[in-house]
Design a protein around this ligand. Sequence first.
Ligand SMILES: *Cc1c(COP(=O)(O)O)cnc(C)c1O
Length: 360
Amino acid sequence: MERIFNFSAGPSMLPLPVLEQAQKELTNYKGSGMSVMELSHRSKLFTDIIEGAEQGLRDLMQIPDNYKVLFLQGGASQQFAMVPMNLLGPDKKADYVNTGSWSKKAMKEAERFADVNVIASSADKNFTYIPEVSKDMIDPEASYVHITTNNTIEGTAFRHMPDTGDVPLVADMSSNILSEEIDVSKFGIIYAGAQKNIGPAGLTVVIIREDLIGHAGEDVPAMLNYKTHSDAGSLYNTPPTFAVYMAKLVFEYIKESGGLKEMERVNRDKAELLYLTIEESGLFTSPVEKKSRSLMNIPFVSPSEETDAAFLEGAKQRGLETLKGHRSVGGMRASIYNAMPKEGVQTLVDFMNEFEKNHK
Ligand SMILES: *Cc1c(COP(=O)(O)O)cnc(C)c1O
């Protein structure tokens, strides 16, 4: 069967060679006579998979030795609670930057535990930009500063990371992890649900500086304590074994494709093509401020809902799917993660140009 270009925000496209390798190995993994899904998580074969996945991610992101990599479950949404449960000091103060829907959900969850202080927000302009965050805004007594590096729904992204000094920077990187080179040492915690740029849903990756582990109170359940998972090498309970295996294949694929430098080059190239088409269009517009544009999620709108619907219908007929914008924003949204080939974006912009010409 033909593959379509899937512009879904998540779960999203996976690289075809990764799917094909998984297919090839599905019923008999490395001569075991079993699928990875049937392997014990304590077996040698699975130990090699989870250790390989960790090493693969460490190599790609150049993760320093004083950081742990945890393979967890519960999605980025569970991290909204785990971060405050594990990091808050006796003052229970945490600083948050509000850049949209996911930031708001993170803040709402943190409010159960913390005195949440919103130090910067783009709510005044419907989250169409990334606010400036400077060191003097940060409460030196805050246990951490939380940001959403890429706003999946609004289509904005931090182009440079705020300097938070001695206060640990915690980042929800769900929708742009592995899309470009970043300096991990600037962060206290990076977390991401896997289903955008890493692999299948069900796996959550947490990269955490070692000194931030072990501060959870006695009342924090074992499963929600970073220390439990760090001590057990992410094998305290059964991890999402098949998702970890798929993530390992994705990390290998990215490495073979030239690593994060190459991902970034291609991602910039793809995003530029789409933004340029929107800029030159007399029909489509971008709601996002130029300097805050995401490379991963690109919303655009036409003048009416009828036109949006006609565009989406025509796109679908050309194998361009899941382009409908988030219900809170409307219009269209093209999510162009690492696995979306340039050809997919080219096919999309060709159709946008054709649609516009026929629409006049
Ligand atoms: C998708 C997404 C989430 C939610 O992730 P789950 O794994 O579904 O909990 C949180 N934050 C951002 C930025 C996302 O893109």
